[in-house]
Ligand binder design. Sequence first.
Ligand code: ZN
Length: 567
Amino acid sequence: MNVRWIAVNADVRKPLVQSPPAWQDQGMDLDHAACYRVIQQRDARFDGRFFTAVKTTGIYCRPVCPARTPASKNVTFYPSAAAAQEAGYRPCLRCRPETAPDLGAWRGTSNTVARALALIELGALDEGNLEALAERLGVGERQLRRLFREHLGASPIGVAQTRRVLLAKQLIHETQLPLTEIAFASGFSSVRRFNETFRALFGRAPGALRRSTGDEGVAAMDGEFNLLLRYQPPYDWQKMWEFLRARAIAGVESVAEGCYCRTIELASVPGTVSIQPAEGANALRARIRIAKPSSLPSIIARLRRVFDLAADPGAIAAHLGQDPLLAPLLKQRPGLRVPGAWDGFELAIRAVLGQQISVTAAVGLAVRLVLRYGEPLPKPEPGLTHLFPLPELLARADLTTLGMPKSRAATLSAVAAAVLEDPELFSARGDLEDAVRRLRAIPGVGEWTAQYIALRQLREPDAFPASDVGLLRALSDEHGKRPSAEQMLARAEPWRPWRAYAAQHLWLVPNAKLMVSLSKGDEEAPRGSRGEARAEPKELERGRGRVPPQIRFGAPGKTSHARGDVR
Ligand SMILES: [Zn+2]
């Protein structure tokens, strides 16, 4: 549903937009009166969706700010923190706008903006310039600026700068790191720049900010960062954790109860991350160990991608829930996310390893690959001993000795060679079709694998591997007859632009019939769901009776998780 965003107050400090930008939201008219009602009620569902700037104080707030609600005539609403900041407002020290969930709510209105934001998060405007970013996205610089203005009310540079300031502010409040380290860890090029920015914005030095809030912060050892990564609830941690656990490569990843850890490497510097739900907060707690503080923004961006923290479950449910097929699934798992990938090359290798075999068998191959070609971690931690092999090494290696068909070993080598030739192969660029075409150019990579990489690595919310056996199975009729990939695509049309989420829900639909056809050697059943099956009787019980006939439940004890996804 298209709703107009109305910047109501005529006397905004600085004219923010020439024309009211289009703003998409689910069924709620986000005009001034509606936004004002939200802040009067401190409605947490809107946290991260818009920000309130208060003219009399020059401060901007989250909708949940505990301070007294200012008079309606004194507030202006902005669709992003960057817009409020560009209009001259500074972040509130009470509600701390940097702790609002960083939503990709604009997804669906402009994929170009969503992709640009992902790249900015990964540092595209720290190292490169706007022109290069626009070129990568296949649009003109002016057009990119216009799109940002329209959807976020701010310029791309403004968005990048705001990110930096808000991350620095978060680190000041939540850690006891020395300020010099915070400056670099939040992406500032120098301590002077960091100090100047804070003086200009808050009228005081960064250190004063720390003292004034009386925050305790978390003490950490050298090179360790502890911080919270916020999301908009609900969040289905259990399903995310199960997904990662089923695919964990021992040595590179370690999955204990309620916690996920892995080794990482950025710009040749190794490290580890550990993630678990933060108690009492809509956030995950991340412990990041890396000797290079300036890698922190990229690490945060990647973790947000892996755990799908930018998703706006309300917006997705409002759209997908209109389909009677999906409505009960959304009701059952309202916080389900699309698990992302830490690294594109690693994901592509995993996907190829998983072709035609079970998830368990694919993980076994991956472990062998890591032991043989992965660099040992200089400071191993429990369960974490190796880095995932680099493309340089795999491109040169004879992978046929790993115990897989020659053709698959050739595909692995081709993936490694392709990423060496184009290091940006697995980063967002152009549109979904463009990305899929580029990936399919790699020998051995078909439509399924390309869509799968787009879904998990490029975070394309509309990616959809229509030929996936698990999806086809979920939509089979009462005789077990599956639709064709074309029929599947047609059925999925109304799910745009959130087809990836629809797929994630359908993958969780248990179906015993399918297990039978798999065991008969169904040709369509490539990518090993057998290794995935896991008992979930409670889920089945709950789902029974609410799920339309198209989605049939089989005998408890069998589920049809993400096909082929080692993938
Ligand atoms: Zn506030």
